[in-house]
Every structure is written in structure tokens, then in C-alpha cells.
Design a protein around this ligand. Structure first.
Ligand SMILES: NC(=O)c1ccc[n+]([C@@H]2O[C@H](COP(=O)([O-])OP(=O)(O)OC[C@H]3O[C@@H](n4cnc5c(N)ncnc54)[C@H](O)[C@@H]3O)[C@@H](O)[C@H]2O)c1
Ligand SMILES: O=c1ccn([C@@H]2O[C@H](COP(=O)(O)OP(=O)(O)O[C@H]3O[C@H](CO)[C@@H](O)[C@H](O)[C@H]3O)[C@@H](O)[C@H]2O)c(=O)[nH]1
Length: 684
């Protein structure tokens, strides 16, 4: 039953955190909330600051149902809002059974791939992914997924389209393996209300960007999409549905969702779990298939723990229980913010070291320093690559989010400590742009600058908060003749949208050109900035070690035995069989022949014939050709160390691979520019 009192606009839940300046100048967040809505008594449970006053993480158990502290304390009399005094209906605690149907709200970079992998490993669970964006939904239903991730299309095809009966003859097996057809269990649609109504669990995967205006602009997370999703869930979910907060959110948001649910459905108790996602773009499918950990935060009550156990069962289809960590809701929300902040902190630390290496002039090499650090098992080798700074939609926003929390708690020294990570990041990218200009004699007038790579990292088509866009902005201010951009993974339209956001003047904007071929970009360029580490940019002939067929292992770790038709095979076992089949077959995508053919696109499909994602190997950049096409002084630099070494070696060796870095190449690290003039080098 819906609450008879409509939720008044003025009393929408306030966001969990408040502007830091305001927080410092006023005694408490509660009083700020009141100050902002004079005359309105903000409901205690909606002030978003229960946690500040040390409210324990306990949803009411059946015995506590209707706990006055946690129920909405509002009533509206003649338009005036006052604390409710009459008793609320008793909340009914539903004991949920196993999850058979899941609804994902938000078919974005997280919702889409996560839903697909959960559906893939749980063929008996129906997974409905809903989004308000019809174009995005259409793309998920087509052969051209809206997100470029290695291996994603196959996972989606298996779960979305189902598979056909297949018989495979595998090496070492006397009998053929017979695979039963699999029914589709992944649906993408805009049927938000219906899908929520059918679900046993609803995953909220909507966007939570940094606020751009109003209170807390530039630092506070905008949770309005979460609020809106929570309201829809509150109105349409069946009793007992588990609500899973997948988005990255400010600490305390699960409680805000709980309060919204309680307001609209006072007769029912829903369990809200925090289950943050740790996938990195570009490796999303691999990260989801082999997660370091699954983190589940719940209320430490019987219903809360029961809901966490049910969610754990969903993941247990492919993740070892030892990797599933259960904690309380607030720890889980906080852990996600801290994880991103600490990863970014490592990058800023090593970027700060790169500045020292460049300035000290004693030949100290930041790569060597990273190598030495990475050997320390306490530090480990990951996230120690110096570059032009980190980009993407997550790190900056989550650091701001954490710093905002600290500042909200009046912990200014702590907030400042985290914000230092962002200061170094900005410093690093500005230093890079500055060095480009300096190396080109202090002026870009009349010169063409080539930008190779626009996505915020390789392996993804995501252009949000890309480092490239910041650097392009700085360079555009120098009024170069042209800034030409090429990215093998990004649609030109997406690049344009990002550039339009940076506020270039008409004149600056007219000098930007987005190209679809790297040759167009480097032709007559004076400098090349390699800003995304695409494999394609690493140069021809110099490749990482290819996987040899022998390296394919039986991922199930068990000896292969003939499999009868009626034996239920999990996708984990089928993956292991595919590994075996790949030894013989040249078909790597579907070696067992179980995928159904993709549906053809409509005649006017805008994607067909366009390279949406993967760079083609025939398009690999040849740095010798590049050097020949450029104008003096032919400068080039790379964002991260790996491609830089490759193209330096390649360009200097004139088509011969040499084992060491050429001594005559001037290489100031990362935030500097390297001489790309090809010259013969003695090969030892
Ligand atoms: N991108 C990543 O790699 C990553 C990794 C881990 C966590 N996260 C977090 O996950 C969340 C989502 O990030 P994302 O990159 O997937 O964002 P996204 O913008 O790609 O996707 C969000 C989707 O939600 C949809 N949406 C918004 N409100 C909706 C509503 N009320 N009903 C239905 N659909 C709605 C939007 O249309 C959009 O398609 C964020 O909190 C982010 O911080 C992102
Ligand atoms: O040693 C390194 C590693 C990364 N980067 C840069 O850091 C940025 C972010 O890279 P990465 O973390 O790999 O990608 P994201 O998709 O942003 O993933 C981060 O953000 C996600 C969203 O919250 C989390 O889920 C992931 O765990 C977390 O790694 C990119 O610009 C990289 O080029 C470096 O400069 N040096």
C-alpha cells in the first residue's frame, strides 16, 4: 500500500553530504539543512546524517519492526509539515527465498557487463536490464553493443540469445561432447516498472557523477539518479525484494534508499545491500569473471544477513566463497571510495617521482624506480606506471566524494590529504602540455599537433574525463594551426561531444580535426602526443608475447571425461571445454559451435561497416612511416612508458629491433617529448 501522504518536494531526502565550506561555517549538517529550507523540519531519518550521530547499522528485525528512530517522522497538516505522532503501521518483514529474477536499473558501463556476467553464470536466473535511454537499450539488443569490452559480445550472446544444441569432438576424448541448448535469460529493455515488479533482487547501477551546480558543486556526489531509482523501486517492487546498491555512492546512501523505501512502503521492510563494483574498463569481462573479491555490505541483523547470503549465492555460481567478503553496509560503501582513492594515490605518487627524475638531471629513471618498488611484495607492481595522469569517470569523482566526507566531518587535514592526489594529477597533465609547447620553441603557432588516443584508457570507448581532453584544452589555447585527433576505439561523435564541453572559443574549436586514420593525423605534424595506450600505437613488429596454444589450460582444473548429453554443464565447465577445443580449432570465439547466428542489422544501421571498437592489426602505427610523414622537429611522446619505449626503439632502429634503448634518443620522461628522427643505430 502506498503512503497516503505524497512525498513533499521540500522534504526530499537531503544529499548525504553538505558543502564543505558551509559545513565548516555552520555547527552541523542538520542545521544547514534547516537553514536551506526555512520553516521545514527536515525528517530526522532523511537528513542523511544519521551516521554522523552514530546510529548503528541495524534495520529493524521483525521484533523491532516500526522502530520509531528509523521510521519517517512526518505528517502534513494543512500543507504544514510536522513530526508524525500517530503510530505507523507495523512493517512486515518478508523472508526472501532464492533469487530467481533480477532487475538491473542502468544499462551503462557497469550495469550492462555485470548483468551479462551474472546471467551468463546463472542460466536459471532471469536477468532484466532496464534503462531510460532507448538508444542504449537498442544497442544492447543489437550486434553493436554500446560498450567496447573484450569478450563482452560473446557473454551477451550466450545469455541474451541463448545457445543451440552442439556436438564437439575434442582432442583426447573418445566420445563427442554434446552440449544442450541454453535458453535466453538476459533481456534489455525500457520496461522499468514491470521489470522491477517481477524481481527478487534489484541492482541499482545508475550514474553518480560529481554535482556540477548548487550545493556542493564540484565536490559532492549527485545521487539524484539513485533517489529517482529508489522511488520507482519503492513504488513497484514486490515485498521482500532485495535492493542492491551497485553504483559508487557516498557513505550513508544505503540508509537514504532505505528511508525512501520506508516512506513509500511503511508496511514492508526491504533489505538494502551495498555491493560495490570494482571492474576496470577495458578489462571489465575479465575482472567480472575473475574478481579479486566480491564485497557485500548488509545490515547486521538476521534479515540483513539473510539477504547478504542470498546475494552471495548468486555470485557463488562462479566465484569462490573465499573471495566473497561480507561486512556492514557503511564499511562496504566506504571501502569502495577508499579503494579508488588509494589506487589513484599510487599513480600520483609515481607521477610526482617522475617530476623529480626529470628535474634532477642525474639520469634517474622513474621506470626503474617503479620496477624496484614493485618487487617489494608489500607494495606490488601494479598501478606504478608514471604517465600524464589518470583519467576516467571514477577516480576523480570518488576522491572528491571521500574528501567531501572528511570535510563534512570537519576533518580538514584528512580531506586535504586526499585532495593532494588530485593536485598532483592536474600538475602532471599541465606539466605535460607545458613541455609540449616548450619543446616546440615556446609556440605552437603554425604547427600541427597530432593526438593519438582519446579514450581515457585503452580497451574502452569511454571518453568521460579523458586526460586527452584536458591536454587538448591547454594546447588549443596556444592557437596551433591544427590539433588532429585519432582514436581507434572511439566514435568521432563521442569525441566531439567531449570537446564541445571544454569551452573552446569558436576560433580554437575550428582548429580541431577528428580523423578516422592515424596517417591523416600524423601527416605534417610537428609533434605527436600518444595519450591512450592502444596496442596499435606500440609499433609494428614489436608485440607482447602471443599466447601459445599450449598455454591454454583446463580452467576447471579437472581431468576431462566424456560428457553425456543430459549432464548439466556450467558455463565454467564449458569454458574449460572451449579451452581444449581451441587447441585444435582456429575458431577462437566459438570453438564448440554453440552460438546462434547474430541477427542482421537493419539496412540503414549506422554502425555496420564502421570500426566501432577494436583497432585492426593492419592499422598498426608504423613509427618509421610516421617519422617520414612528420614535419621537423618531429617530436613525440607517450602517455605511459610502454609504447614510448617501443616507438623510440622502433623509430631509431630503422626497421630493426634492438635489445636496448638507443642512447642517442633524448628521452625525458612522460611529461616530456622525445626526438623521433629516425637514424641508424648500431645493433650489437
Ligand atoms: N564505469 C566504471 O568502470 C565503473 C566501475 C565501478 C563502479 N562504477 C560506478 O557505477 C555507477 C554507474 O556507472 P556507469 O559508468 O555504468 O554509468 P553510465 O552512465 O554508463 O550508466 C548509467 C546508466 O543508468 C541509466 N539511468 C539513470 N537513471 C536511471 C533510472 N532512473 N532508470 C533507469 N536507468 C537510469 C542511464 O541512462 C545510464 O545508461 C556509478 O556510480 C559509477 O561510479 C563505474
Ligand atoms: O599505473 C597506472 C595505472 C593506471 N593509470 C591510469 O589511471 C586511469 C584509470 O585506470 P584504471 O583504474 O585501470 O581504469 P578505471 O576503469 O578507471 O578503473 C578504476 O575505477 C573503477 C570505477 O570505480 C574501479 O571499479 C576500478 O577498480 C578502478 O581501477 C587511466 O587513465 C590509466 O591510464 C596510470 O596512469 N598508471
Amino acid at each position: 500500500m502506498e503512503n497516503p501522504h505524497p512525498e513533499p518536494e521540500a522534504l526530499r531526502p537531503t544529499l548525504p553530504f553538505l558543502n564543505s565550506r558551509l559545513a565548516r561555517s555552520l555547527p552541523s549538517s542538520q542545521s544547514i539543512a534547516s537553514a536551506l529550507s526555512p520553516g521545514a523540519s527536515t525528517p530526522t531519518s532523511w537528513a542523511g546524517n544519521q551516521w554522523l550521530r552514530g546510529t548503528p547499522d541495524t534495520s529493524p528485525t521483525s521484533s523491532e519492526a516500526g522502530s520509531p528512530e528509523l521510521r519517517p517522522k512526518l505528517r502534513i497538516d494543512d500543507g504544514r509539515i510536522s513530526p508524525a505522532i500517530e503510530p505507523q503501521p507495523q512493517a512486515v518483514v518478508q523472508v526472501a527465498g532464492p533469487v530467481k529474477s533480477i532487475c538491473f536499473i542502468g544499462a551503462g558501463f557497469v550495469g550492462g557487463p555485470t548483468a551479462a556476467v551474472i546471467a551468463y553464470h546463472n542460466p536459471r536466473i532471469m536477468v532484466n536490464v532496464v534503462d531510460l535511454n532507448q538508444q542504449r537499450v537498442d544497442a544492447w539488443n543489437s550486434r553493436h553493443l554500446p560498450i567496447h569490452e573484450d569478450g563482452l559480445l560473446k557473454v551477451v550472446r550466450v545469455a541474451r540469445d541463448g545457445t543451440a544444441d552442439a556436438t564437439a569432438f575434442l582432442p583426447g576424448l573418445s566420445r563427442p561432447v554434446e552440449l544442450k541448448a541454453r535458453q535466453p535469460n538476459l533481456v534489455f529493455s525500457t520496461r522499468v516498472i514491470e521489470s522491477i515488479g517481477e524481481a527478487d533482487a534489484v541492482f541499482i547501477c545508475v550514474n553518480t557523477p560529481t554535482k556540477t551546480h548548487g550545493l556542493g558543486a564540484g565536490s559532492m556526489a549527485d545521487v539524484s539518479a539513485i533517489e529517482s531509482a529508489a522511488r520507482t523501486v519503492a513504488k513497484h517492487a514486490k515485498a521482500g525484494t532485495i535492493i542492491v546498491e551497485k553504483s559508487t555512492v557516498p557513505c550513508g546512501t544505503a540508509r537514504m534508499i532505505q528511508d525512501i523505501l520506508r516512506y513509500h512502503r511503511p508496511e514492508t521492510t526491504f533489505q538494502v545491500l551495498s555491493n560495490p563494483e570494482f571492474l576496470a574498463e577495458g578489462t571489465a569481462v575479465d575482472n567480472l569473471m575473475h574478481p579479486d573479491r566480491i564485497l557485500i555490505g548488509s545490515a547486521q541483523t538476521l534479515p540483513g544477513l539473510r539477504a547478504a547470503a542470498l546475494l552471495k549465492d548468486v555470485y557463488a555460481a562462479w566465484v569462490s566463497p573465499a573471495r566473497i567478503v561480507t561486512v556492514n553496509t557503511f564499511s562496504s560503501e566506504l571501502a569502495k571510495l577508499v579503494a579508488n582513492t588509494m589506487l589513484a594515490q599510487r599513480i600520483s605518487s609515481v607521477n610526482a617521482v617522475s617530476a623529480i627524475c626529470e628535474e634532477i638531471g642525474l639520469g634517474a629513471d622513474v621506470d626503474d624506480v617503479s620496477l624496484a618498488l614493485g618487487k617489494d611484495t608489500r607494495l606490488g607492481p601494479k598501478f606504478l606506471q608514471a604517465g600524464v595522469g589518470f583519467g576516467g569517470s571514477c577516480f576523480e569523482k570518488d576522491i572528491l566524494n571521500l574528501a567531501y566526507l572528511a570535510s563534512e566531518l570537519h576533518l580538514d587535514v584528512v580531506a586535504d590529504y586526499w585532495l593532494g592526489i588530485l593536485r598532483i594529477n592536474e600538475y602532471q597533465r599541465q606539466r605535460y602540455a607545458c613541455n609540449v609547447v616548450r619543446e616546440l620553441n615556446g609556440s605552437l603557432r603554425g604547427k600541427k599537433i597530432a593526438v593519438l588516443g582519446f579514450a581515457f584508457k585503452d580497451g574502452t570507448n569511454d571518453t568521460r574525463n579523458s586526460i586527452a581532453v584536458h591536454i587538448i584544452k591547454d594546447l588549443a589555447g596556444e592557437m596551433s594551426r591544427e590539433i588532429a585527433i585519432f582514436d581507434p576505439g572511439c566514435a568521432s561523435a563521442d569525441i566531439l561531444v567531449e570537446i564541445e564541453k571544454i569551452g573552446l572559443t569558436q576560433d580554437q574549436f575550428s582548429r580541431i580535426r577528428i580523423c578516422t586514420d592515424w596517417r591523416e593525423v600524423v601527416q605534417e605534424a610537428s609533434a605527436i602526443c600518444v595519450l591512450t595506450q592502444w596496442r596499435q600505437f606500440r609499433g609494428r613488429q614489436i608485440r607482447g608475447p602471443q599466447k601459445s596454444p599450449e598455454k591454454h589450460t583446463n580452467t576447471s582444473g579437472r581431468a576431462m571425461t566424456p560428457i553425456m548429453r543430459d549432464e548439466a554443464l556450467t558455463e565454467m565447465k564449458i569454458l574449460a571445454l572451449e579451452d581444449v577445443a581451441r587447441r585444435e580449432s582456429s575458431v577462437s570465439e566459438d570453438p564448440l559451435g554453440r552460438l546462434k547466428p547474430l541477427r542482421p542489422c537493419t539496412n540503414n544501421c549506422r554502425h555496420c561497416g564502421v570500426s566501432l571498437g577494436r583497432p585492426h592489426s593492419e592499422d598498426t602505427v608504423d613509427w618509421l612511416e610516421v617519422a617520414a610523414m612528420m614535419q621537423e622537429p618531429r617530436w613525440a611522446s607517450a602517455k605511459l612508458s610502454e609504447p614510448s619505449d617501443h616507438f623510440l626503439v622502433k623509430a631509431s632502429a630503422i626497421d630493426q629491433e634492438i635489445p636496448a634503448k638507443p642512447a642517442n634518443t633524448r628521452k625525458k620522461h612522460y611529461a616530456a617529448i622525445c626526438d623521433l628522427v629516425p637514424r641508424p643505430v648500431d645493433v650489437p
